[in-house]
Design a protein around this ligand. Structure first.
Ligand SMILES: *Cc1c(COP(=O)(O)O)cnc(C)c1O
Length: 437
């Protein structure tokens, strides 16, 4: 049972991520004792509906019995072995199954432990590919405005969030951004598709001029998460694929947040019918259990590294690459997709939520209501400058974990959320909007 002392000890010893630690003086930490399904419980028995899937990672609920069982089974067999020079069954099975599910042609899977590392790997592989092919100048990258691809130095160099970047500007490679197809920026009367095509024209103009020095274009397909769940039309990805082919620039699809069924299809790229040169996965891949990320790529890229010389190979490594426990959690997660027909189930849930959300969506302070698969977002007109923090605090008081990005409230719930829980979520949020607008 944690008391005030426990929180003091916690703040004295743990440096929390994405936090100004001083702010915890006014907004205390929430100590969590256990989780079950969509619910997190604190030590006093209060519960919180995890409407953000614990930073977008949880897919089938906390303490899911099926994932627990798979990890426990693996724990009795092999907890870990290095993946350089060794292999094991979970990593082979996972690579084969991901290749079957992903857009055709991505048959080679490289592993790491977190999303930012997957970004680093894709950037390095892309530039190293061009080097191995004799194109020494192709070392630059482009990303979308407001992009987010992680916060290590390489990943941050293709991330366009000033708050995360500015302090480290001197350490970062100068990459460029191109206009985001975020439909909120469409002109009055312009459709999302037309706006996406207009943005693709700008991408073309950039590629035309700079392709000689570019290795890759990295993009979050369909939804730019950290930008505040900015959504865009899939035709942008179709044009980006064509243009990247035409100008010989790799297309990196960062599906770290949107992969694993989040946008309604197993991978977001499927909605544009495209195959990227690199597909990045993490977050939901283990159902939200253990750190794991994967970079999937094609034969053409793989072959450029396959040679007698060691230095032509991709020598990148992390200690826990391909960890068997994490791979088993991922395999158990994939099993649930199949056995529960989770994508079909999610379509029904999304329909239900959209239906019951009519009053919320119609509230005069709510703007830009949007939904892709199991992601919902909208802006709230509010006089409060500290809207996000206020909303977070008030939400906790009504048993909900919401973590707005600026004035954007979003829902990204675990897929096992029930109709009753969606009712609670939507009704509580409507009351919050009423209080805060
Ligand atoms: C979260 C995220 C990352 C970074 O993943 P970490 O595991 O937090 O390093 C990269 N890209 C996208 C799109 C993400 O949402």
């Amino acid at each position: 049972m944690p008391n005030h002392d426990f929180l003091v000890r916690s703040l004295a010893s743990v440096w929390h991520p994405c936090s100004q630690m001083k702010h915890y003086e006014n907004f205390p930490l929430v100590p969590i004792a256990r989780g079950a399904g969509v619910w997190l419980y604190d030590f006093d028995g209060n519960r919180y509906l995890d409407a953000v899937s614990s930073w977008w990672v949880n897919l089938f609920g906390h303490c899911n019995p099926r994932i627990n069982a798979a990890i426990a089974d693996q724990l009795g067999k092999l907890e870990h072995v290095m993946l350089a020079g060794f292999t094991h069954e979970p990593v082979v099975q996972l690579s084969e199954r991901l290749a079957q599910l992903a857009p055709a042609g991505l048959g080679h899977c490289f592993y790491a432990s977190d999303g930012a590392s997957a970004t680093e790997i894709a950037l390095k592989m892309s530039a190293h590919y061009w080097r191995n092919r004799g194109k020494l100048l192709k070392t630059g990258f482009i990303s979308l405005q407001n992009s987010y691809h992680g916060e290590t130095l390489g990943a941050l160099s293709v991330t366009d969030v000033a708050l995360f970047r500015d302090a480290y500007g001197a350490l970062l490679k100068q990459n460029s951004t191109v206009t985001s197809p975020d439909w909120r920026n469409a002109a009055a009367g312009e459709s999302a598709a037309d706006y996406a095509l207009r943005c693709a024209d700008k991408l073309e103009a950039y590629l035309q001029q700079h392709h000689d020095s570019l290795a890759a274009f990295i993009v979050e397909p369909l939804v730019q998460g950290a930008a505040g769940m900015a959504m865009y039309h899939p035709v942008y990805l179709q044009r980006a694929r064509q243009l990247c082919d035409e100008y010989r620039v790799h297309l990196i699809a960062d599906e770290i947040a949107v992969g694993m069924g989040r946008t309604g299809t197993m991978f977001a790229c499927a909605q544009a019918g495209i195959t990227p040169d690199f597909l990045l996965l993490s977050k939901g891949i283990t159902g939200g259990y253990l750190p794991l990320s994967a970079v999937m790529t094609n034969d053409e890229i793989y072959r450029a590294f396959y040679a007698d010389e060691t230095a032509r190979g991709f020598l990148h490594s992390h200690s826990y690459t391909g960890n068997p426990l994490a791979c088993r959690a991922a395999l158990a997660t994939l099993d649930i997709f199949v056995r529960d027909d989770a994508l079909a189930m999610n379509r029904n849930k999304a329909m239900y939520l959209n239906e019951i959300a009519q009053p919320l969506r119609g509230h005069p302070a709510v703007r830009n209501w949007r939904n892709t698969g199991m992601i919902w977002a909208f802006e709230v007109d509010s006089p409060h400058r500290d809207f996000a923090q206020r909303c977070f605090t008030l939400a906790l008081q009504s048993e909900m974990l919401l973590r707005p990005i600026g004035n954007t409230i979003y829902f990204m719930p675990p897929y096992i959320i029930t109709h009753d829980e969606m009712d609670l979520l939507v009704n509580c949020t409507l009351r919050l909007v009423e209080k805060l607008s």
